[in-house]
Design a protein around this ligand. Structure first.
Ligand SMILES: Nc1nc2c(ncn2[C@@H]2O[C@H](COP(=O)(O)OP(=O)(O)OP(=O)(O)O)[C@@H](O)[C@H]2O)c(=O)[nH]1
Ligand SMILES: [Mg+2]
Length: 285
């Protein structure tokens, strides 16, 4: 099978963003770490553990509307154990209350620390995570208007941006950060499937074949239901069958596999294959 992408892809703008973020860290007391609920561990940037050491952290499993609710519950428990603070969220639909109270709870000890010294300070909350997991959307949801730019592709937020949430809380939107060396090819695949890596560097046919393999384990039936095809054979035959069903032909008898791959990947990303989570906590025990 072909290589899906260079998993050591770490563009210069991310190194720069990480440096600029480093300069603001001393101002930050609370951090919201956003992950994609469809791959909650693979989309967690392990660099953030070091970067955010000593801060109150909340893991937000965002895009929960696209994930399997039972899996999201397991992953929320997983992160509760790890960080004692985790919330599942849908930034485009959910009410802000649950997330807001998690942030307020995390800020409470910091507010108290200052209050004990007779000080009343603004608590600064960083929203961090890999590209396209919905950091800006989370901020917009919390403040109730579109203040941070969001977009349906990775790399939309380019600089740090402060947004006032209340008289005591201020949020910091940050550009998506990957880490310099993604050790696991499996994690790289899921990061790509969740749309967190720009399309241009991805080889979409092998990625679509990997998606077909993963789906046969985590959501058997999803492809046959969506496309009305048999899914017993090899992934390549399944992809060819998707093309056949959709009429994606280059010429008679030759399928447009690229087009089929793109359709499958886009439809997965958009949730049209159902609410699917690509990994379960048990995979990592
Ligand atoms: N279905 C769904 N889509 C979401 C959710 N949250 C965000 N999105 C969409 O996902 C896309 C990415 O959201 P952004 O807020 O721009 O993501 P980001 O993490 O700020 O991305 P970068 O700034 O590129 O790092 C946008 O099209 C959002 O509308 C969610 O909970 N569910
Ligand atoms: Mg953003």
């Amino acid at each position: 099978m072909g290589k899906i992408m260079d998993i050591n892809w770490y563009p210069g703008h991310m190194a720069k963003s990480k440096r600029l973020l480093g300069e603001k860290l001393k101002l930050i007391s609370v951090a919201v770490i956003a992950v994609d609920a469809r791959a909650p561990l693979s989309t967690f940037n392990p660099d953030l553990i070091n970067i955010l050491a000593g801060k109150e952290c909340i893991v937000v499993l965002n895009k929960s509307d696209l994930a399997d609710p039972a899996q999201t519950a397991l992953w929320t428990q997983y992160y509760m154990k790890k960080f004692s603070n985790a919330v599942s969220f849908c930034a485009i639909r959910d009410k802000k209350n649950a997330l807001l109270s998690a942030i307020n709870n995390a800020a409470k000890p910091v507010i108290k620390k200052y209050a004990d010294k007779g000080m009343r300070k603004t608590i600064r909350v960083l929203v961090a995570g890999i590209p396209n997991v919905g950091k800006s959307a989370i901020i917009n949801r919390l403040i109730g208007r579109k203040s941070a730019r969001e977009g349906d592709k990775p790399g939309v937020t380019r600089g740090l941006q402060w947004v006032r949430l209340s008289d005591v809380l201020e949020l910091l939107d940050s550009p998506g950060l990957l880490w310099p060396k993604i050790e696991s090819e499996d994690a790289a695949v899921k990061i790509a499937l969740a749309g967190c890596i720009k399309q241009e560097i991805i080889d979409i046919v092998p990625l679509a074949l990997r998606l077909i393999d993963i789906l046969s384990a985590v959501a058997p039936g999803a492809i046959s239901e969506r496309y009305g095809i048999e899914t017993g054979g090899e992934s390549r035959d399944i992809l060819a069958n998707i093309c056949k069903k959709r009429g994606f032909l280059i010429k008679k008898g030759e399928y447009d596999i690229d087009r089929g791959a793109k359709a499958l990947l886009d439809e997965f990303k958009g949730g049209r294959l159902g609410r699917i989570t690509l990994e379960t906590p048990k995979d990592f025990e």
